[in-house]
Design a protein around this ligand. Structure first.
Ligand code: TXA
Ligand code: MG
Length: 320
């Protein structure tokens, strides 16, 4: 199968209406999309990604009023969050209606739903009679794609079409929240900050998993992992241990010391957190494709979006 990259909405629509899968751009990362109501399409997503069937998919809608038919209950706080942040990098976990196949939710009684903030994909969604189930468009466990080329690098020949919407504007996945006994609970840190969420629903509780947990299996500790060995530290600290090794360094800003590195990626020269998030996954990919022996990543300031970036860095380093 030849994988075509293009901006043809009709082509993407035809693929999806035939219960096949295609890559779609979103503001967070590219998704691997299929008809969320179709077992065939959902199975294809799991197969192409080599994703374990116990890891549930997020369902994407083109409008807030499409949520009611997908859920059994819609708490007031969920509606407030949608009104405040959709379209945007926020996934809301709600009790699922029976129209959502168990395959999508890995047998869970809840479904994660979001409205992505990308013009092309919103147009596509509004032209379809069904919502789109879509995980990030990377092989399971690898770094998420933020450009159409990233998707093609890994899924070439496996999917018929990649809808090219340019580089993802946010660069890290959506923040995932649910409600536990009425209390807003964050399961995954992401493109929407805790502060922004708190401004709408008040205090939130964190339930960020690092083990393999059925509630948020995407939160398995070894995730977003390059093929190369990744160490989380600062280059100066590690230099003595890494003698003779070619070190690639991923650093936050121009100030961060990385003199011992043979290759260096600066997430944001000026230390801008949004820019750093936007560059994160592409920079990690470049280092993974370099001829360095080991990648050393340095934590960024743990504030705002920095929390989501540090979460990804920890997980990238965790497998090794
Ligand atoms: O930004 C994003 O969210 C991207 C774009 C494509 O929308 N999607 C994405 O999907 O990151 P994925 O499959 O890589 O991560 C989905 C994660 C699952 O691994 C799981 O942790 C969580 O969402 N999830 C999905 N359904 C859930 C549910 N019912 N309860 C708890 N967590 C759920
Ligand atoms: Mg993913």
């Amino acid at each position: 199968m030849e994988t075509i990259i293009g901006t043809d909405l009709d082509a993407a629509k035809a693929v999806l209406e035939a219960d096949d899968v295609c890559a779609i751009p979103t503001e967070t990362v590219y998704g691997l999309a299929g008809n969320a109501f179709s077992d065939d399409a959902v199975l294809k997503i799991f197969n192409v990604k080599q994703r374990p069937s116990f890891d549930p998919l997020i369902v994407h809608v083109g409008a807030i009023d499409r949520v009611a038919e997908l859920v059994r209950d819609l708490p007031k706080s969920a509606i407030q969050l949608m009104d405040a942040f959709w379209p945007g990098p926020l996934t809301i976990v709600l009790p699922k209606a029976s129209c959502i196949p168990d395959l999508v939710t890995s047998g869970l009684d809840t479904v994660g739903i979001r409205m992505p903030d990308h013009k092309l994909t919103l147009k596509l969604l509004s032209s379809l009679r069904f919502p789109l189930a879509a995980p990030s468009a990377n092989p399971f466990g690898y770094i998420s794609p933020t450009t159409a080329m990233h998707v093609r690098d890994q899924l070439n020949g496996l999917i018929p079409y990649i809808l090219d919407g340019g580089p993802s504007r946010v660069g890290v996945e959506s923040t995932i929240v649910g409600f536990e006994e009425g209390q807003c609970t964050v399961y995954r840190l992401g493109g929407l900050t805790l502060e922004e969420i708190s401004q709408v629903v008040g205090k939130v509780q964190l339930q960020i998993h690092s083990g393999s947990d059925p509630k948020a299996p995407g939160m398995m500790l070894s995730h977003y992992a390059p093929r190369k060995k990744v160490l989380l530290s600062t280059v100066p600290v590690l230099a003595s241990h890494l003698k003779g090794k070619r070190v690639a360094a991923l650093v936050f800003d121009a100030e961060t010391d990385s003199d011992d590195a043979v290759i260096r990626e600066v997430l944001s020269d000026s230390g801008n957190m949004e820019e750093a998030a936007r560059n994160l996954f592409a920079a990690l990919r470049r280092l993974d494709n370099s001829d360095a022996d080991v990648i050393v990543v340095t934590p960024v300031p743990d504030i705002g979006l920095g929390k989501a970036i540090n979460d990804r860095l920890r997980r990238a380093a965790a497998t090794h």
